[in-house]
Write a protein that binds this ligand. Structure first.
Ligand SMILES: CC(C)(COP(=O)(O)OP(=O)(O)OC[C@H]1O[C@@H](n2cnc3c(N)ncnc32)[C@H](O)[C@@H]1OP(=O)(O)O)[C@@H](O)C(=O)NCCC(=O)NCCS
Length: 173
């Protein structure tokens, strides 16, 4: 069973199939998609439904290699945080928040919660994150959750035909 976190600002809970409409509404925003290496824009309801069916299935597993948390605000799915672990000792953290809720300290609190949990309860020895070079707010969110920069990666991704550099950030146990 996936752990649920509740704070004054939000709940972190498993995604549900009926989050699709909100997921589509909030991810189908160029200001969000521009900062994510794997989310396409435009983002359709079909993409949201496909992704949610995979995630809901995976959440039934005892120890899934990827854990996805929905950020629920005022009863509405408004963002996500993932921990993706290809090797048992480490995980990559990724996250996004609906633009309506930016700059309220929400992601700083959520990333700190999930990264503390990943280190102390899931026992990862290393957490990693990649931040596109034009996203200082995300780099700051990670720094406040005890991550530090360990590399600057040239030509990390090609997005919409443009090569983009990134900061590689990590938090070590
Ligand atoms: C990046 C993102 C996660 C930030 O979430 P948020 O809830 O608005 O962040 P917070 O309010 O908790 O904190 C943002 C921090 O960045 C700082 N910040 C914001 N804009 C900044 C800028 N241009 N330069 C430097 N710091 C900046 C804020 O001052 C704050 O730091 P502080 O608390 O020390 O003042 C959110 O904007 C988002 O989802 N963006 C689209 C997807 C994305 O970028 N995902 C991350 C991919 S690596």
């Amino acid at each position: 069973m996936q752990k649920i976190f509740q704070t004054n600002k939000f709940i972190l809970r498993p995604f549900k199939l009926n989050d699709a409409e909100n997921l589509q509404k909030y991810l189908n925003n160029p200001n969000v998609a521009h900062n994510l290496s794997r989310v396409p824009y435009p983002y359709t309801l079909e993409m949201a439904n496909d992704w949610l069916s995979k995630v809901v299935e995976r959440n039934k597993m005892e120890n899934p290699s990827t854990r996805n948390f929905c950020i629920e605000i005022n009863d509405i799915a408004s963002g996500g945080i993932s921990l993706e672990s290809e090797m048992p000792h480490k995980a990559i953290i990724g996250y996004w928040l609906a633009e309506d809720y930016w700059k309220k300290g929400i992601m700083s609190e959520a990333v700190k919660l999930i990264s503390d949990y990943a280190i102390s309860e899931l026992n990862f020895d290393r957490l990693e994150a990649h931040v596109l070079e034009y996203n200082p707010a995300s780099k700051r969110v990670l720094e406040k959750a005890a991550f530090s920069q360990e590399a600057f990666i040239k030509n990390y991704i090609k997005k919409d035909g443009k090569l983009i550099d990134s900061f590689q950030m990590s938090r070590i146990k």
